[in-house]
Design a protein around this ligand. Sequence first.
Ligand code: FES
Length: 121
Amino acid sequence: MKSLEDLKRLQQQVKAKTSLRHAAGTQVIVGMGTCGIAAGAREVMSAILNEIAKRNLEDVTVRQTGCIGMCEKEVLVDVVRVGQPRITYGRVTAENVPTIVAEHVVNGRIVEELVVAKIEE
Ligand code: FES
């Protein structure tokens, strides 16, 4: 597992490349409450930041959120694309991340087998 410092450094690197001002871009939100971290949210966050950096995606904002009351479905990852419903993926592992990024973040195709909630914006 990466240390918290490694994770923060990686986050800084991605932030430097990503404009935080473009609300029009895609948002990826990781549940990093106690239950999320216990379920592996740090590894998932790290995998997301790595994948975004690897693909040089500049129109994506990665954020974290706290606990939303679905402990058993952690790690939760939301993907919010303009003009599409907000999608919550559950029981996400670092291994799921390349698929979510390639399919949904890049191509707008929801990874149905991992979806636990859809919220119409
Ligand atoms: S700690 Fe996550 S739902 Fe309670």
